[in-house]
Design a protein around this ligand. Structure first.
Ligand code: ZN
Ligand code: ZN
Length: 332
């Protein structure tokens, strides 16, 4: 099968992914073999190919897989050949550690991640445990469903952890794939959403999707937000965002990677403001987001690239030059 393989991390501009012929994987007893139709691009893929985070090498990246079940392992009863399924970032959790036993499998001590520890969706075929795959809501074609699988799930978990309540003011910092989905959930909850993003194109999309205010981070009024979610991996924005947060508000950091957070005055944090990160997501987050996506229904904006252009697509992602979410068309 054709696969985009990462052997050695380096800057995206140096084309770290190589189109390679790999053997088609064989599903284990509890696994599905998927014929991959599309795979979404995520900032985590960029951090992986550039070596800011490191898992297994060599690796086929990609963890927003939409495909058709080609074959199921001997013990699988939940899916059948031909079913359309999605595969998210959490490939497998152990089910036994302290975190798994307390509904926090996203923090599992032995978690394996798709396209990071095991080969992902930048390839014609992929395997995944049936118990960690999700059904794709009807009404979404493959490409428009792909961003739900990480951008959507993480955006949803970040909103949950921000403790934002209906009708409150919410700040979203950065407006890429995740934020453009999160804003639609927040709008559904009746929140007044402030979007801090620099690009004119991102500002236009935010307005179209229901933002009450768009502008630069430094222009968000002091103490205007009940909660905020930061998608931009820029640590320098943390003090800026805390300034805009009301007393008792929570700032949730949604990225897997962030540049250093600068030294700041305690008064920015005082009055019980909280800063917390989001790490991965549980299967419940995935199922709840898929359900919301079908109900609202969430509209995803996608820009597609052929699998062969994965390096070019990652460069576009790095430059914030993708409109909405980037998706690789793998087959079909
Ligand atoms: Zn565990
Ligand atoms: Zn991701």
């Amino acid at each position: 099968m054709n696969a985009q393989l990462l052997r050695r991390p380096r800057p995206a501009e140096q084309s770290p992914l190589e189109m390679t012929d790999l053997p088609t994987p064989t599903p284990g007893d509890d696994e599905l073999l998927l014929h991959v139709h599309v795979c979404g691009l995520c900032h985590t893929d960029l951090h992986t190919v550039e070596g800011e985070i490191s898992g297994t090498l060599p690796i086929v990246p990609g963890h927003q897989i939409v495909g058709a079940v080609e074959r199921v392992g001997a013990s699988v009863r939940t899916f059948r050949a031909g079913d359309r399924v999605g595969v998210p970032w959490l490939h497998r959790a152990c089910g036994e550690c302290e975190f798994c036993r307390s509904d926090r499998e996203n923090l599992c001590e032995r978690a394996e991640f798709t396209g990071f520890h095991v080969n992902g969706g930048y390839a014609e075929y992929a395997v995944a445990p049936a118990a960690f795959a999700v059904k794709i809501p009807d009404g979404f074609d493959d490409a428009h469903a792909a961003p739900l699988l990480c951008a959507g799930i993480i955006g949803y978990r970040a909103l949950r952890l921000s403790n934002v309540r209906p009708q409150q003011t919410l700040g979203l910092y950065g407006f890429g794939a995740s934020a453009h989905i999160a804003i639609q959930i927040a709008a559904r909850w009746g929140c007044e959403v402030f979007v801090a993003t620099r690009g004119a194109e991102h500002q236009r999309l935010a307005t179209e999707l229901g933002a009450a205010w768009v502008g630069r981070a430094e222009d968000v009024p002091d103490a205007s937000l009940h909660a905020a979610v930061m998608f931009a991996p820029a640590g320098t924005l943390v003090p800026e965002t805390l300034r805009a947060l009301r007393k008792g508000g929570t700032l949730t950091l949604a990225g897997i990677y962030m540049t250093p957070i600068p030294e700041m005055k305690y008064e920015l944090l005082y009055h019980e403001r909280m800063v917390r990160s989001v790490a991965n997501a549980t299967r419940d987050d995935a199922r709840q987001l898929m359900q919301l996506a079908g109900q609202i229904p969430i509209r995803t904006e996608v820009q597609t690239f052929p699998l062969a252009d994965a390096n070019r697509a990652l460069v576009a992602l790095k430059r914030s030059a993708i409109h909405g979410a980037g998706v690789l068309i793998v087959s079909g």
